[in-house]
Design a protein around this ligand. Structure first.
Ligand code: URA
Length: 212
C-alpha cells in the first residue's frame, strides 16, 4: 500500500481551519470541498488516459483523454458525501457509486446499510472518499466490497489519517495483489480510546451536516 501525505501550504492552511473548533458548518463544508480538489489533483496522478490527436486552429496536436471505462468515485455515506463535489470538479466524467457504511461506536465494527454500485467493476479505477481514516475498519470494508465486485485499482482520499488505520489497511490487503493508495491532507498522531483521531477535527459527519 502506498500512502501519500500532500505537503502544500494551501492544504495545511485549509486543514488548520477545518480542525479549528470555532469553524462553523458552512465554512467547514466549503473548506473540505476545496481541500478535496487539491487532494484529487494528487490522487489522480495515475488516472488512465489514452492518446488522441486534436486539431488546434493551426495544426494537429498530440494529447490525451481519460480512458474508458470512466473512473468510479465512491463516497462513503454520510461524511464522504462532503467530499464528492470537490472530487467531481476535477473528474466530471467519472461515474459515482454510493456505499452507506456506519461504524458501531462501541465495537468500532463497520456495517453496510446501503449500496448503489455497478455489479461489475472489472477494469475500473475506483476513488473512495472517506474523510477520516481512523481504525481503518470502514475503509477496509469498503475496499473489500469493491474488490469483491472486480475492482483492481483503488485510491482512497481522506482528509486525515491515523497511523493505526494505515497499518490496519496495510495488514488487511498486503496479500491482495492489488494496488491501494491512500492520499491524505494529514497524518495525525494516534486514536483516542473511542476511535477518534487525535488531534483530528472531531466528527467529520457532524461538522459537515450537524448532529443527527
Ligand atoms: N470519524 C470521525 O468523524 N472522526 C474521527 O476522528 C474518527 C472517525
Amino acid at each position: 500500500m502506498e500512502t501519500f501525505v500532500v505537503d502544500h501550504p494551501l492544504v495545511a492552511h485549509k486543514l488548520t481551519t477545518l480542525r479549528d473548533v470555532r469553524t462553523d458548518s458552512p465554512t467547514f463544508r466549503r473548506l473540505a470541498d476545496e481541500l478535496v480538489t487539491l487532494l484529487a489533483y494528487e490522487a489522480t496522478r495515475d488516472v488512465r488516459v489514452s492518446p488522441v490527436t486534436v486539431d488546434t486552429p493551426l495544426m494537429p496536436a498530440e494529447g490525451v483523454r481519460l480512458s474508458r471505462p470512466a473512473p468510479l468515485v465512491v463516497p462513503i455515506l454520510r461524511a464522504g458525501l462532503g467530499m464528492l463535489d470537490g472530487m467531481m470538479r476535477l473528474l466530471p466524467t467519472a461515474e459515482v457509486g454510493f456505499l452507506g457504511m456506519i461504524r458501531n461506536e462501541e465495537t468500532l465494527e463497520a456495517s453496510t446499510y446501503a449500496t448503489r454500485l455497478p455489479e461489475d467493476l472489472s477494469g475500473r479505477q475506483c476513488y473512495v472518499l472517506d474523510p477520516m481514516l481512523a481504525t481503518g475498519g470502514t475503509l477496509a470494508a469498503a475496499i473489500q466490497f469493491l474488490f469483491d465486485r472486480g475492482a483492481v485499482d483503488v485510491t482512497a482520499l481522506c482528509l486525515l489519517a491515523a497511523p493505526e488505520g494505515l497499518a490496519y489497511l496495510d495488514e488487511t490487503f498486503k496479500d491482495s495483489g492489488h494496488p491501494i493508495r491512500v492520499v491524505t491532507a494529514g497524518l495525525d498522531e494516534r486514536l483516542n480510546d473511542v476511535g477518534y483521531i487525535l488531534p483530528g477535527l472531531g466528527d467529520a459527519g457532524d461538522r459537515l451536516y450537524g448532529v443527527v
